[in-house]
Design a protein around this ligand. Structure first.
Ligand code: NAG
Ligand code: NAG
Ligand code: NAG
Ligand code: NAG
Length: 388
């Protein structure tokens, strides 16, 4: 999510409209689920480097609410959760990016991951929510030295990033239901540096002996609509580089984010962008390069137009077998009445919560209308995370 996550826009409550009915056809969707956002919270304070670090568990940040994970797995029958964390909390600034972890923070994170995977038998995507930057999350997504930027003396190196991933993967090497997400939404940096950092992460993960699925992001906030286009600061298209990744186990897919509002930011209540046609060039590129992708962030607001647009996007993934899964943005234990996406009155996807008007949140609107009818019934339930 690339906007101020807690920014609120006063909008009037839009009443619920009748449900549209959609049926799920074949397809190769293996993973379907939701973001669990919260492990990265509590650091936003522009020009105030270090604010909220290390932070207080269950006050400034939290990973999941086990009760609502139960609801998602037992009632909604999803099998996939994207669990966010902050690299500056996992690897404190004093010791830097690498193999020295804050064991307290790691254990809190691992407890969430292990609950999802070992207890609930769902898959968990580990998401360092860092925009491929490390050192100053106070004004994400823009603050912090770019990982691997050799012109910045404060930047962590690509080698350190590899070491970090090797250590994280080592700790989950025996958990088949884990998926490794290299980083959230790289942007405004050289695309060849993203390739180098992605490759270093893959190399580190495989060096640890981990065989699970890896998701590799591209540039431009890893946007699907702009995959074949120049993005911020004239950066070369992701499509020029991300087909050069080498995984000896052939178990890496492309990580895509795709919001449906006018500027693809997920900050507006109206869905003005058609997902399927905006993704056509990406889909062709995936086919041409024999690659798979997951859309690990998308969303829509609390209105009929968005219910249709979100449903269309999920259907498009089901109809095109280069897509193996998806996760909508976002549930999580400490959103409260705030909206992670798509207009102030939408609220979060966390069951049991309301929106900022006291009305139904996105779990009761967007999820009920556009997601629940499209959850495949043949999701992967066992075995090591992978492309099949
Ligand atoms: C998942 O949710 C968090 C919280 O907004 C968000 O910052 C991240 O970009 C999403 N993936 C994210 C976290 O965008
Ligand atoms: C933060 O610093 C930048 C650069 O010095 C400045 O342009 C910006 O206005 C500052 N923001 C705040 C909220 O103080
Ligand atoms: C590690 O994380 C915990 C929980 O946030 C925090 O209380 C502690 O101060 C952190 N330790 C370091 C060295 O950052
Ligand atoms: C977890 O979710 C349940 C069900 O909505 C709710 O009753 C409970 O208060 C939540 N716990 C926390 C710590 O948010």
């Amino acid at each position: 999510m690339k906007c101020d996550i807690l920014k609120m826009f006063p909008l009037s409550l839009i009443s619920l409209l009748a449900a549209a009915l959609f049926t799920v056809t074949g397809g190769k969707i293996l993973y379907a689920g939701v973001n669990e956002s919260g492990g990265e919270f509590g650091v936003f304070s522009p020009n105030n480097t270090g604010f909220g670090l290390p932070g207080r568990f269950n006050v400034d940040y939290a990973f999941i609410n086990k009760t609502t994970v139960d609801i998602f797995v037992d009632q909604e029958k999803i099998n996939f959760f994207r669990v966010t964390f902050l690299m500056e909390r996992m690897c404190p600034l004093a010791t830097g990016l690498g193999s020295r972890f804050n064991e307290t923070y790691f254990n809190e994170f691992a407890d969430a991951v292990n609950y999802i995977t070992n207890t609930k038998h769902a898959y968990a995507l580990l998401d360092p929510h860092n925009y491929m930057r490390y050192g100053d999350p106070s004004s994400q997504p823009f603050s912090g030295p770019i990982i691997g930027d050799t012109s910045d003396a404060n930047a962590a190196t690509t080698a350190q990033f590899k070491t970090f991933w090797q250590e994280l993967a080592r700790r989950f090497v025996n958990n088949p239901r884990v998926v490794f997400g290299i980083n959230n939404e790289p942007h405004t940096m050289p695309t060849d540096l993203i390739l180098a950092n992605d490759q270093a992460a893959i190399d580190g993960i495989r060096a640890a002996g981990a065989k699970q699925l890896i998701l590799a992001p591209g540039n431009g906030f890893t946007g699907g609509h702009s995959w074949t286009q120049v993005t911020g600061n004239g950066a070369a298209p992701s499509s020029d580089f991300m087909n050069k990744l080498v995984d000896p186990l052939h178990n890496t897919a492309i990580d895509i984010h795709e919001y449906l509002d006018v500027d693809f930011s997920g900050s507006h209540d109206e869905c003005a962008q058609p997902g399927p046609s905006n993704l056509a060039a990406l889909t062709q590129w995936l086919q041409d390069n024999n690659l798979k992708a997951m859309i690990t962030e998308f969303g829509g607001g609390n209105n009929q137009n968005c219910f249709q647009a979100v449903s269309d996007l999920i259907q498009y993934m089901a109809d095109n077998d280069v897509y193996i899964g998806w996760a909508i943005w976002a549930a999580g234990p400490i959103w409260g009445t705030a909206s992670p996406c798509c207009g102030a009155d939408t609220g979060s996807l966390e069951p049991g919560q309301v929106n900022d008007r006291g009305g139904p949140n996105a779990f009761q609107t967007v999820w009920a209308q556009a997601v629940r009818p499209n959850i495949p019934t043949d999701l992967k339930r066992s075995g090591t995370s992978g492309l099949s």
